[in-house]
Design a protein around this ligand. Structure first.
Ligand code: AP5
Ligand code: MG
Length: 206
């Protein structure tokens, strides 16, 4: 399996597709958002610092995120490939990554903004990491994996979502060009179902 980056706006479905890729190809799913949220929950110094930014829909400073991703990539389980979800998110992060890793492919999960607002508005998550959309839950409020109660992510409030989308356009979208120039971008139109999108993703990875 390759070293893969998932690009795409907030709510495009990066986490959903990353989980499926990692299950299929048995590689680690490295989500900077998940790592930061775990630190917030545990009240670590990193979590305390990150919370200020995440709650506003802003990006956590580059040097903070680059530091923990670099050490994560040195772990043994990354030797046979990995999926980076939510990193890099700025040009300086991508440049830092290029110095320590060889990225084979950047998959762009391409979804129109209108659909994103609807995906984020209906997202329900569990602390075990499982993610759902209300439209598929049929009123169920517990996690199908672990039985715990589902909740709405703090940064999925409408005001925060607008800011996240703005930050995405200004700071993250330029990465499509950055990896495009390296000939590594694969665009996956992602308005279909989760399964349809995964079938396309799988094809480009095989
Ligand atoms: P992060 O956790 O990375 O959030 P994000 O990029 O905003 O992306 P999301 O996790 O919201 O969406 P997703 O694309 O994973 O979509 P999902 O699969 O859940 O980052 C959060 C914050 O942390 C940032 O704002 C920032 O502050 C900080 N941060 C993180 N990384 C950083 C970095 N590198 N540098 C600096 N700061 C950083 O799907 C969304 C919903 O849609 C779900 O309900 C899902 O069930 C549903 N869905 C998915 N696919 C489909 C489909 N095909 N059809 C219908 N519904 C679907
Ligand atoms: Mg995610």
């Amino acid at each position: 399996m390759k070293n893969v980056i998932l690009l795409g706006a907030p709510g495009a479905g990066k986490g959903t597709q990353a989980a499926l890729i990692c299950e299929e190809f048995k590689v680690p799913h490295i989500s900077t958002g998940d790592i930061l949220r775990r630190n917030i929950k545990e009240g670590t110094p990193l979590g305390v610092k990150a919370k200020e930014y995440i709650d506003k829909g802003a990006l956590v400073p580059d040097e903070v995120v680059i530091g923990f991703v670099e050490s994560r990539l040195k772990e043994d389980d990354c030797k046979n490939g990995y999926v980076l979800d939510g990193f890099p998110r700025t040009i300086p992060q991508a440049e830092a990554l290029d110095k320590v890793a060889h990225i084979d492919m950047a998959i762009n999960i391409d979804v129109p903004f209108a659909l994103i607002v609807e995906r984020l508005g209906g997202r329900r998550v569990c602390k075990c990491g499982a993610t759902y959309h209300v439209s598929t839950l049929n009123g169920e409020t517990k996690c199908k994996v672990c039985g715990d109660s589902l909740f709405i992510r703090d940064d999925d409030r409408p005001e925060t979502v607008q800011n996240r989308l703005k930050v995405y356009q200004e700071q993250t979208q330029p990465l499509i060009d950055f990896y495009g120039k390296q000939g590594k971008v694969v665009n996956i139109p992602a308005t279909g179902t989760i399964e349809e999108i995964f079938a396309d993703v799988k094809k480009v990875l095989e």
